[in-house]
Design a protein around this ligand. Structure first.
Ligand code: GDP
Ligand code: MG
Length: 514
């Protein structure tokens, strides 16, 4: 049965190629773990703006034909190739040695071959995260931006199409998460001059007046290099004008990417990635089955990870952590013995608890791998919030989907420091998760959304989680539910038949037969 790609990052990241790669361990040389620096760059923007095409052109060193040629090398799924629409998150890498792009050899969409070759030749790698532009997949795009901890974001705008609502939505998420971003106006080969000027002016004004950014139009290789440093503070927004069909502007963009610095190495306060000396913490974004067992992928946000290391995995649905051991690690599809924080990787684990089986069913979004001295999981937390968009008022009892790093779960507002909040209001909101305790960090950014409602905040309080109280509450809730499910004077099973009969009756009545 085909999985639902929009729902499962687990199906989209790495999957098939990682699996094959992990299965043929003996054939691959090991990589020096600290040798390569990885920089994750999220590609966002409206559907059809050219995101997958740009990822294909940059990573395969090809030009597009304007009819979907280059994006074919990027898609994860057959149905994506057929419809041309990205519904999952695809990753492709671009390697550099001494800030010069490495020769990728033969073009291949087999990531095992190409990634390994690139990794072996490079001293830095840009991982491009091709996200979905369609509104239908907004939750996947939001999850990609929060869970995969991108260092930077490219906001792509089809110059011929103008600035769309989804472009602004994606821009808002990048700003809320403090991810420095740059703008790429693409398809300049087919944009009429007046539309091109209007699109660029409208968006530049939005950045300048709406967000107080300084924009910089990149027009030379020197500009590109200078901008790769200037972007770090998040104030300067470099702007590129390109065409993937004629190739115009692509060299500047490549030179800019070649000189970017991983954000975590800059010790910026608002970045979640810690140092290799801190306790280990890996934020798991996906789990997938392979012939050799389940593989977990994620970003190492703190400390180091090494083969043989004993760690804890959780929180489970019951809010506990289970002991596991690292069996193998892959970074850029290559086996490594050790890896430092800041990089994404996939791991194979061994359960050290006989009662805990490692499988994709008991993997839940929000799980982490941590050392023993980890933070406690929590059900309730407080944020300093601002309501970005809401049509009426938000009160106690309001429910919303919470995004914070790998956490994505619905929560209810259980407390507020004011009676209600409207769009533009700030205040302190207390949330309680509906399904399970989560692993949160003080100071981390939280985004919440429901329909068109958007809010953001910073975690200022995490309430200790009481396992006994939680289990008691769950038991009570379960009892209430089962009582509700068996209403008095009703025999389960027969009701169904009665309903069928009722329906038949109703239809016959309507047709005037009775
Ligand atoms: N003429 C022209 N077409 C482009 C350019 N970039 C992308 N396209 C075309 O635009 C269409 C949409 O591109 P795609 O990458 O699927 O957009 P996405 O939905 O943002 O990923 C495809 O048919 C591409 O061939 C460009 O620079 N010039
Ligand atoms: Mg796409």
């Amino acid at each position: 049965m085909e999985k639902k790609p929009e729902d499962e990052i687990s199906t989209s990241l790495s999957s098939e190629n990682v699996i094959n790669s992990l299965m043929s361990n003996s054939e691959k040389p090991n990589l020096e773990p600290t040798y390569i620096k990885e920089i994750r760059v999220a590609v966002i923007g409206n559907v059809d703006s050219g995101k997958s095409t740009l990822v294909g052109c940059l990573t395969k060193n090809i030009k597009d034909d304007g009819r979907g040629y280059a994006r074919k090398f990027v898609f994860n799924y057959q149905h994506e190739s057929e419809t041309g629409r990205t519904s999952s998150i695809a990753e492709e890498i671009l390697g550099f040695k001494n800030h010069v792009p490495v020769d990728i050899g033969r073009i291949s969409d087999k990531k095992n071959i190409s990634w390994k070759e690139i990794a072996e030749k490079s001293d830095s790698v840009i991982t491009l995260l091709d996200l979905c532009g369609h509104e239908k997949y907004l939750k996947t795009t939001m999850y990609g931006l929060t869970a995969l901890l991108p260092d930077y974001a490219i906001i792509l705008i089809g110059t011929n199409m103008g600035v769309q609502r989804m472009t602004k939505e994606h821009l808002g998420i990048a700003v809320s998460l403090n991810v420095p971003f740059f703008i790429v106006f693409t398809k300049i080969d087919i944009a009429p001059k007046d539309i091109k000027e209007k699109t660029i002016t409208t968006f530049s004004n939005l950045l300048k007046t709406g967000l107080q950014k300084t924009i910089y139009n990149v027009k030379s290789m020197e500009d590109a290099k200078a901008c790769s440093q200037a972007i770090i503070g998040g104030v300067v927004v470099p702007i590129f004008q390109i065409s993937t069909v004629t190739g115009e502007g692509l060299d500047y963009l490549k030179n800019f990417l070649a000189n970017l610095t991983p954000r975590h190495s800059l010790n910026s306060d608002n970045h979640i990635i810690k140092t290799p000396q801190d306790p280990t913490e890996m934020l798991l974004d996906s789990a997938f089955n392979t012939k050799v067992g389940v593989i977990y992928a994620g970003v190492l946000s703190s400390g180091k990870l090494f083969v043989g290391q004993k760690l804890l995995m959780g929180p489970t649905l019951d809010g506990i952590f289970k002991p596991v051991q690292i069996k193998s690690i892959q970074f850029l599809r290559c086996d490594v013995n050790e890896i430092c924080c800041g990089n994404s990787c996939s791991v194979k684990l061994r359960s050290l608890d006989k009662g805990f089986e490692l499988n994709t069913q008991n993997f839940k979004k929000g799980m982490v791998l941590v050392s023993e001295n980890h933070l406690p999981p929590t059900l309730e937390f407080e944020i300093e919030a601002v309501i970005v968009h809401h049509s009426s008022t938000i009160k106690i009892g309001y429910q919303s989907v919470i995004h914070s790093n790998v956490v994505r779960q619905t929560a209810t507002i259980t407390g507020m420091n004011k009676e209600f909040m409207r769009a533009g209001d700030t205040g302190i909101i207390k949330f309680k998760f509906l399904k399970k305790p989560e692993y949160l960090h003080m100071g981390d950014v939280v985004l919440f959304r429901e329909g068109r409602t958007r809010g953001k905040g910073k975690i200022i309080n995490i309430f200790p989680f009481d396992l006994n109280k939680y289990n008691e509450e769950k038991k009570n809730a379960g009892m209430k539910k089962s009582k509700k499910m068996l209403p008095k004077n009703k025999v389960v099973g027969v009701g169904k038949e009665n309903n069928k009969e009722d329906k038949k009756d109703f239809v016959q009545k309507k047709k005037g037969k009775k």
